[in-house]
Design a protein around this ligand. Structure first.
Ligand code: FES
Length: 119
């Protein structure tokens, strides 16, 4: 079975780097959280170079069931876990809504998304 989607976690010039004001994160720890969320084999997790909206670091892009979602300022392990939990729920039920917490971190950017468009 093909993966239902992709999670691109930006680890470019700003995201994950405290010298630019973003919160540090550890890709190996993220991968462990991804595995713990039961997403292995369902969704692909990748760490990318700069995705573009650096002012919103840490940025996560999710492409699931043909739908793009952008998340900004995912700066704590709990927020990363919330993204993974949403993706896990939405793999099984594509109409799953974003929680209020994740909606506050969602934005529109290149290719679409949900929430306010970045200027
Ligand atoms: S470094 Fe993450 S958006 Fe630019």
């Amino acid at each position: 079975m093909a993966d239902a989607g992709l999670i691109f976690t930006c680890f470019g010039c700003c995201c994950g780097h405290t010298n630019n004001g973003a919160a540090r994160f550890s890709p190996p720890a993220m991968r462990r959280a991804f595995d713990a969320a039961g997403l292995q084999g369902r969704v692909r997790l990748a760490f990318s170079e700069c995705l573009g909206p650096c002012s919103e670091a840490n940025v996560v892009f999710v492409y699931l069931h043909g739908r793009p979602l952008w998340f900004k300022r995912i700066n704590t392990p709990d927020l990363f876990a919330a993204v993974f939990a949403y993706v896990r729920a939405a793999v099984a039920a594509p109409d799953t809504s974003l929680s209020d917490e994740l909606m506050a971190h969602s934005f529109s950017w290149t290719g679409g998304g949900v929430g306010l468009e970045l200027a």
